[in-house]
Design a protein around this ligand. Sequence first.
Ligand SMILES: Nc1nc2c(c(=O)[nH]1)N[C@H]1C(S)=C(S)[C@@H](COP(=O)(O)O)O[C@H]1N2
Ligand SMILES: [Mo]
Length: 546
Amino acid sequence: MRDVSEDRTVTTADPADGEEPTRPGRPARRALGALGGLLATAAALAVAELAAVPVRPEAAPLDAVGTTAIDAAPAPVKEFAVRTFGESDKLALQVGMVAVLALCATGVGMLAVGRPVAAAGAVLVVGAAGAAVAASGRDGAPPDALPSAVGALAAAAVLWVLAARLAGRRPLRKPPRDAGWGSPMDRRGFALTAGAALVGTGAAATLGRRLNSAGDAAAAASRAGVTLPAPVSRAAPVPRGADLGLAGVPPFTTPNSAFYRVDTVLRVPRVDARDWRLRLHGKGVARPVTLGFDELLSRGLIERDTTLTCVSNEVGGPYVGNARWLGVPLAPLLREAGVRPPSKGGPADQLVARSEDGMTLGAPVEDVLDGRDAMLAVGMNGEPLPFAHGFPVRMLVPGLFGYVSACKWLRELELASFDDFDAYWVERDWAREAPVLTQSRIDTPRPLADVAAGPTAVAGVAWAQRRGITRVEVRVDDGPWRRARLAAEDSKDTWRQWVWTWDAAPGSHRLEVRATDGTGETQTADRSGTVPGGATGRHSVVVNVA
Ligand SMILES: Nc1nc2c(c(=O)[nH]1)N[C@H]1C(S)=C(S)[C@@H](COP(=O)(O)O)O[C@H]1N2
Ligand SMILES: [Mo]
């Protein structure tokens, strides 16, 4: 802004000057400088993508910085992101990062016209910061610094040459004191350099992408090649009455494509099942085990319907789904390795699961061995696990929130103690032990819906895995509680649909629901946020009856 008056002097200096078209004023050069900044930044990201090939795709700067941001975000920020953007929270993060970067790029590009050394220096400093973040981030190692460093060098070079063209000087010549504002600009040189940068960027990005995802095709082939064995213990067929088939209520079995997804990865890990190994070791493990995927499949599979819930689900929220899972029972595997529960003198009370993406989850050993159908799942609704849901193997423990039990892309199981080790989410203020809470949700009518007067189906789902749902009640405008009709129970580990027919009278009304679980306990009315152990309180919706 400080340059406005000077700009005016330059542009109006000599309107009759024959060289005027090649000696544009500062605003024009600055605009082209901004463009140069954007080109240089694009080049940096493309070259970094290519440089990530010999390292790992996650070392690419936007991935590494984004992942570090995810890991560093305090619980309230994460809560806000999930509340505001839902499952698009990571997309929002990436869009935000690109926007900030683009803003900085235009700034540095404008700076480069008059002060190329300072601008190139700024680019290198940002690159160094990215490199440091990448090397010290999740699963970070020194080689992870390479993509950011190489990318920054590329950006500095592109910016330098473009700025030189704008100033009408040779790129390898030392910039003069006045940075060449007065000399005519090398338009042709600028256009050629910009074009070359653009082509190079496209080529590097395409090649980098292709090489970084070369393993994906192999992983996809390995998934396509999986034949899931028939279970030795089948799930009973879903009772016919378990699905009320009501409009607006999700189906009893959630299709894989509609199953909620919660994790911290910017790139879904694509593991080749043929390379997959699981290591089981730790405190009290008399016989450590290493298993490949085929060995795991040969152990005899069980099939179970289980409802999975996220601790980040707000009352009435979408982070709950029910699937038919196929997997290896976990308890026998642990027992064969010599693991005993704490109640039988076992030294470990925490089963730490580690994943391909560097995530750690810790489940109580006692729960895993208490007879529930804890499993290493390989199948979901009749197909191998989708990549987004943990292919090739994930853990599943009915009755526990996902963040302590449902480790996707599982790689390692370590018996430890809660005193020795805090898993990822526990380090971030979430509860150590996380049994699911009894919850109920109104799916229809939708909040603020316009409802016709007369008989209206009020319906939804309720869940209390391990305990089961025995009663759901609805009330209107704080009136008396009315018992809803429950759909048939599939198992105590699955959600249950419910419906109540309401004779809707004109006006604005508030519908409220509460569930009672198999222990006779009714869900609390006390409202609490999701941190640390899951949201409590009753779901209610306000509707308008015409
Ligand atoms: N590796 C890995 N496993 C993970 C997570 C994760 O971030 N990384 N998130 C957990 C959480 S918080 C939940 S609620 C469930 C969600 O499983 P889904 O995405 O298949 O629905 O996975 C769990 N397993
Ligand atoms: Mo979760």
